[in-house]
Design a protein around this ligand. Structure first.
Ligand SMILES: Nc1nc2c(c(=O)[nH]1)N[C@H]1C(S)=C(S)[C@@H](COP(=O)(O)O)O[C@H]1N2
Ligand SMILES: [Mo]
Length: 262
């Protein structure tokens, strides 16, 4: 044994081939055990970390941190800074496709409709369509994309959400991270990151092809958010609120990406 240990520290040149093999194996095994101990230690450490509070307690916080960092990269890449391509009106589709009718059922009275805006001071604004129409009008023709795989160049008119925020003094609200929107019956609801909501192409929309929105496309007022897939363009806005926590989102709850940017 003493001889073997002596050989281990001896210069390679003085060793026979067999001794050299033994020496390399011992060294390899040493580093392998160090690696294994480290890996097991890291795993045990991970198990001791607090969970992030997701489904069934969630996943360890350090893993959540990694996921959040990835998500932040994509959120910044996919929203706010990008502009959706715009088209001339002549390119806009005349027969606009209708898709999705959650929360826009028949038991709805357009006469009494109001959009309720929950403010941070506890007040609620109740706004009619005429009040929205008083604000500067913006129109956009863009390629509307649905996650089901179709897209259409369509023409919409309304008020920039950012203009609305300014006109109604909602800067404190807009400083929060998210906007939540729901239909009057609260059957359909979306959460939008604030940079995307304030994006210059995002509209509170009351016109399609230069005419009032058809009932099945969200009369009297819908969201049009060109930097996101169609799921986020909620039809028939009933209420909105602002939060630093993610508002519930109909399709995110069914497995789609929360941000779902383009
Ligand atoms: N209230 C409500 N808004 C909705 C939906 C819905 O089911 N209910 N579907 C969404 C989806 S998936 C798409 S693609 C667009 C379709 O808008 P359109 O019917 O005007 O083409 O609306 C979005 N907004
Ligand atoms: Mo969609």
């Amino acid at each position: 044994m003493a001889n073997f240990l002596k050989n281990l520290v001896t210069k390679n040149a003085k060793l026979t081939i067999d001794q050299l093999i033994v020496k390399k194996t011992v060294i390899a095994f040493f580093f392998f055990s160090v690696f294994c101990t480290g890996a097991v230690g890291a795993w045990k450490w991970l198990q001791r970390q607090p969970l992030d509070g997701g489904i069934r307690g969630g996943i360890p916080q350090p893993l959540r941190n990694g996921l959040d960092k990835n998500e932040a990269i994509f959120r910044d890449l996919l929203s706010g800074k990008n502009q959706a391509k715009e088209y001339p009106r002549s390119k806009a589709e005349k027969n606009v496709r209708v898709n999705g009718d959650v929360g826009i059922g028949d038991d709805f009275d357009p006469e009494t409709w109001k959009m309720y805006v929950l403010k941070s001071n506890g007040d609620t604004l109740a706004l009619g369509l005429e009040e929205i129409k008083k604000l500067p009008k913006t129109e956009i023709v863009f390629n509307f994309k649905c996650i089901e795989g179709w897209s259409q160049v369509t023409w919409w008119g309304g008020v920039k959400f950012s203009d609305f925020v300014q006109a109604y003094g909602l800067s404190q609200e807009a400083a929060m991270k998210y906007l939540g929107l729901a239909t009057p019956d609260e059957e359909y609801y979306v959460g939008i990151d604030m940079p995307s909501a304030l994006h210059p192409q995002t509209l509170l929309c009351y016109e399609m092809n230069g005419k009032p929105l058809p009932m099945n496309q969200g009369y009297p007022l819908r969201l049009i958010i060109p930097v996101k897939y169609g799921v986020k363009s909620l039809k028939r806005i009933g209420s909105m609120y602002f939060d630093n926590e993610r508002p519930p989102d109909y399709w995110a709850e069914r497995g789609y990406d929360y941000f779902i940017g383009l």
